[in-house]
Design a protein around this ligand. Structure first.
Ligand code: AP5
Ligand code: MG
Length: 222
């Protein structure tokens, strides 16, 4: 099974990816996390992408393909959850091609949607653990101990791109570059729309319902 989550910054993709990963036996490709890890390691790729991340611009497609194709090969026998990839039509076509070479396709593409005021609120209050990547929110999902990760007690951070100016830019880029994926995945008959304004568990329930429906229909047809 290959599932993807797309939606504007702050809609809750990473949060749901974490919950789905815990619920289903899947591996997760979170392109933003992958890129931030390269930056924190100061790898050659990290050095190339750092400025794109800081400014909220998309990283060039060829750099993304390298990271993603390696991941697909390493995990060709696993169910995969994509969070944040693809980000434009060119990436979507490339992903389809790479999967086809492995005899695979995208089974469900979830678009998560939320209004802009709520997005900005969620991002301004977001904190994350730089060690394990766990996502928190100082208002809606605070850690048990003030400022420390529940799982490894690392001091929580704010992402460099969570500033009012960069959030605005990321939202604009989402509208221009990523939103056309709606039409693309509708044309492949794998598109589902998820209302992300509910609490985490309710959003998870909506997504899981669609995933379970897909798995049941696959069982029946086998
Ligand atoms: P990426 O890391 O993917 O950032 P993004 O798409 O901007 O999305 P975010 O991670 O900001 O938000 P999210 O939807 O994951 O929300 P979260 O769950 O954290 O990408 C970063 C950068 O990398 C890009 O700008 C680009 O430069 C580059 N990049 C990445 N992929 C690329 C690609 N394919 N091609 C080129 N460049 C690429 O939740 C947000 C907050 O809300 C948290 O505080 C959370 O606790 C809270 N929250 C979540 N759900 C709920 C809920 N239901 N109710 C209340 N609060 C909630
Ligand atoms: Mg994320």
């Amino acid at each position: 099974m290959r599932i993807l989550l797309f939606g504007p910054p702050g809609v809750g993709k990473g949060t749901q990816a974490q919950l789905l990963f815990e619920k289903y036996d899947m591996v997760r490709l979170s392109s933003g996390d992958l890129l931030r890890e390269e930056v924190s390691l100061s790898s050659p790729t990290g050095k190339k992408v750092e400025q794109f991340l800081k400014k909220g611009h998309l990283v060039p497609d060829d750099i993304m393909y390298e990271l993603v194709d390696d991941f697909l090969l390493e995990n060709k026998d696993r169910d995969i959850l994509f969070d944040g990839f693809p980000r434009n039509i060119t990436q979507a076509r490339s992903l389809e091609k790479s999967l086809a070479q492995l005899g695979q396709t995208i089974d469900i593409a979830f678009e998560m949607y939320l209004d802009e005021d709520e997005i900005i609120k969620r991002l301004m209050d977001r904190r994350y653990c730089p060690k394990c990547g766990r996502i928190y929110n100082s208002t809606t999902n605070p850690p048990k101990n003030d400022g420390l990760c529940d799982s490894d007690r690392t001091k929580l951070s704010k992402r460099d791109d969570d500033t009012a100016e960069i959030i605005k830019r990321r939202l604009k880029i989402y509208e221009d570059e990523t939103l056309p994926l709606v039409k693309y995945y509708k044309s492949l008959s794998v598109y589902r729309r998820i209302d992300a304004k509910e609490n985490r568990q309710e959003v998870l329930r909506q997504i899981s319902e669609a995933v379970n429906g897909y798995l049941n229909s696959k069982c029946r047809s086998n």
